[in-house]
Write a protein that binds this ligand. Structure first.
Ligand code: ARG
Length: 452
């Protein structure tokens, strides 16, 4: 067998393990068997190989599947090893399996076939996270908490408003992954090395057998493009970035006693007996770094690659597996941590007014009573420096405007504006934190999760 001789000649030497992707290809072992099956069925249907040969190839593939990846002979990659195993089982007729294709279109088909499944799982975890966030929101529509900018107390909000802000972001992450999925889900099989084939193949048929939504038309594009990998890793990296912000918030909230993480999502210290640390969320936060690194590594590998197939592509693939695994796991953990955490409504309420967080509401009130907003801002800023309470506002009115506060605004309204719960209730603009506005957002979130 010429092929086997040539293969022996080229697969030895000190670079053998450097060349080989056989270990990494464990991930696409089942995918390769499916791709082989679809291809050989199509070849038989087209009269390119005899039915009997196709039948024995299929039988051999089943046996190889039972033995598993570990049972494969040596090879430069899983495609070569499976072909060798088929030939070992049924003789040189097995070599007909590789008619009208190349490892180039084969590997692209395997990656897409497997990645499709992995991305669906990632999408499902985004949905689980969104469900957790919706649950939290539903339970805490009136749970007042401090909201921050620059990590400083800024304006009171509710836990529901916070949770729905992340549901909205994760919703876009889901959408990006769904879009990436559609572009993964096209068959490159039949592109051959890159320049098509002389055989009368049926690309639509193999696409159909493998459950792809259509074919990647141009054979050179089919065998060599990896922008579907890049898009997927980037979408995952974006999701990981969303997760990192969520994780950071929860770490801070846990630190301040706003939220108690379940023991399942916490860790202890080996030396400090009193500790309960939010380690799982810190790891979630760190996955964003790995994912961004993979997106960068993949981009750099693909940048400037000429058409058509170049072996660099072998090292492109692993970025996708690492990223999809890490981000899916992080998303799952984030969903679990959020779903099982207890929010301390009392602590949150006590802290909601910290740092004169109702100042904006007071300035808004003065502005609504006719004072230019900038003047109101100045006056309330002076009050903030002097304690930010009713007395401070009275003094500031005299100092800055030379008028008693009661002449500008009803004192009762001022006292309401200073109350965090009233402050939240008054911010009922579209998308705002007031319970009514949040109820609309909650309804939107629920139906978006159901739609996705
Ligand atoms: N193992 C390779 C990969 O993962 C596929 C083999 C194509 N090899 C080649 N020399 N054309 O990309």
């Amino acid at each position: 067998d010429e092929g086997v001789v040539r293969r022996d000649r080229f697969s030895g030497g000190p670079a053998r393990s450097f060349l080989s992707s056989l270990e990494a290809d464990r991930r696409i072992f089942e995918a390769d068997l499916e791709v082989d099956r679809a291809h050989v069925v199509m070849l038989a249907e087209q009269g390119i190989v005899e039915d009997a040969v196709a039948g024995s190839v299929l039988t051999a593939l089943d046996a190889i599947e039972v033995e598993g990846h570990a049972g494969l002979p040596e090879g430069e990659d899983v495609h070569e090893a499976i072909e060798t195993a088929v030939i070992e089982r049924i003789g040189e007729e097995g070599g007909k399996m590789h008619t009208a294709r190349s490892r180039n279109d084969e590997v692209a088909a395997c990656i897409r076939y497997r990645l499709r499944e992995d991305v669906l799982e990632a999408i499902e975890t985004t949905l689980a996270l969104r469900e957790s966030l919706v649950e939290v929101a539903a339970d805490h529509q009136e749970t007042i908490m401090p909201g921050y900018t620059h990590l400083q107390p800024a304006q009171p909000i509710t836990v529901a408003h916070w949770a729905l802000s992340y549901e909205a972001a994760v919703r876009r992450d889901t959408a990006r992954l769904l879009e990436a999925y559609d572009r993964i889900n096209e068959s490159p099989l039949g592109g051959a090395a890159f320049a098509g084939t002389t055989f009368d193949i049926d690309r639509e048929r193999t696409a159909e057998l493998l459950g792809f939504e259509g074919v990647v038309e141009n054979s050179m594009d089919a065998s060599s493009s990896r922008d579907f990998l890049l898009e997927t890793v980037q979408a995952l990296s974006t999701h990981a970035t969303t997760l990192s912000g969520l994780a950071e918030d929860v770490v801070i909230f846990a630190n301040r006693g706003f939220v108690d993480l379940s023991d399942d999502y916490s860790s202890t210290s080996s030396i400090m007996p009193q500790k309960k640390n939010p380690d799982t969320l810190e790891l979630v936060r760190a996955v964003a770094g790995d994912a961004a690194g993979s997106a960068q590594g993949l981009t750099t590998t693909l940048k400037g690659l000429p058409r058509a197939y170049n072996r660099d592509l072998q090292r492109a693939t692993t970025h996708a597996w690492e990223t999809v695994d890490a981000v899916t796991e992080a998303s799952e953990v984030a969903a679990g941590a959020v779903a099982t955490a207890d929010w301390n409504a009392e602590t949150l309420a006590a802290e909601a007014g910290e740092g004169f967080s109702t100042a904006t509401g007071v300035a808004d009130l003065l502005a609504a009573n006719g004072l230019p907003f900038r003047t109101a801002h100045e006056m309330v800023a002076v009050a903030a420096e002097n304690g930010g309470d009713y007395d401070a506002l009275e003094a500031a009115a005299e100092d800055v405007l030379g008028e008693p506060l009661e002449s500008l605004v009803d004192p009762e309204d001022v006292r309401n504006a200073l109350d965090p719960a009233e402050s939240v209730a008054s911010r009922d603009s579209q998308g705002g934190p007031a319970p009514g506005a949040v109820a609309d957002q909650l309804e939107g979130a629920r139906s978006a999760v159901a739609d996705d």
